[in-house]
Design a protein around this ligand. Structure first.
Ligand code: C5P
Length: 230
């Protein structure tokens, strides 16, 4: 039986947030964002191990108590210059104990409000898919492509467009091969899989699973967390 593992790339600097503290350590209700992400993943009993990939010079992790997840948690300090490199380094380090057909759920450290229902749905659906899949939301707004002067060049029809979220769930061996072959600037794992000519399954999520990117997102995430388990 294939197992499920979570891999949380947490080696980014979060430059769009401004400030010195890396985004994954920004506190939301007194707890760093990455701890919220870990809690959400740990609540799913089918997830076996929680693997966190930090930057080699991370100076923040040791300031917190992670004992709540002690047995399931593995911390690696092998993050790369870009997200794809961080994930690939994590997968390489997992290879000693993780089977090639085990599922790996890659989840952003900066997504603190992952609903349990969406995570469960991803596991239910993607585990029966030959490729794997990702949480995503159908695009709700009208989309404009801008020219260099910030004027509308064209309206992009939104039918059939989805906004990718995480977790993104693929088999360890397939994802490792895909990332080895991919350009280092891929912003998600599914893109690397697509470059192999494969078509990941889109599993519907919702907008509560936001990625904290700009300072105002923290307030919104705090409001969402208040009602996440209602
Ligand atoms: O910057 P962005 O919001 O796209 O980052 C998404 C996730 O990728 C975050 O969890 C961030 O810490 C991680 N990341 C990483 N290594 C990098 C850049 C980003 O682990 N070099």
């Amino acid at each position: 039986m294939s197992r499920f593992h979570a891999l949380i790339p947490a080696a980014g600097s979060g430059s769009r947030m401004g400030g010195e503290r890396p985004k994954q350590y920004l506190e939301l209700n007194g707890v760093p964002l990455i701890a919220h992400a870990l809690s959400a993943l740990a609540r799913e009993p089918r997830v076996d191990r929680l693997v966190v990939v930090l930057s080699p010079d991370d100076a923040w992790w040791d300031n917190y108590d992670w004992s709540a997840w002690q047995e399931r948690l593995q911390v690696l300090r092998c993050g790369g210059a870009a997200r794809a490199g961080t994930v690939l380094n994590g997968l390489e380090a997992m290879a000693g104990w993780c089977a090639a057909d085990d599922w790996v759920l890659v989840h952003d450290a900066a997504r603190p409000c992952l609903p349990a229902g969406a995570l469960g749905r991803l596991l239910d659906i993607a585990a029966h898919d030959p490729v794997g899949g990702l949480l995503a939301v159908p695009v709700a707004d009208t989309l404009k492509r801008a020219d260099p002067d910030c004027r509308v060049e064209v309206t992009v029809p939104r039918a059939g467009l989805w906004q990718a979220q995480t977790p993104q769930m693929f088999r360890h061996g397939m994802l490792r091969d895909a990332l080895c072959a991919a350009a280092s600037d891929m912003t998600d794992e599914a893109s690397a899989i697509e470059q192999l000519g494969l078509r990941p399954k889109l599993v519907e999520s919702d907008s509560r699973n936001l990625k904290v990117t700009y300072p105002q997102d923290l307030r919104l995430a705090s409001l969402i967390l208040e009602h996440l388990h209602d």
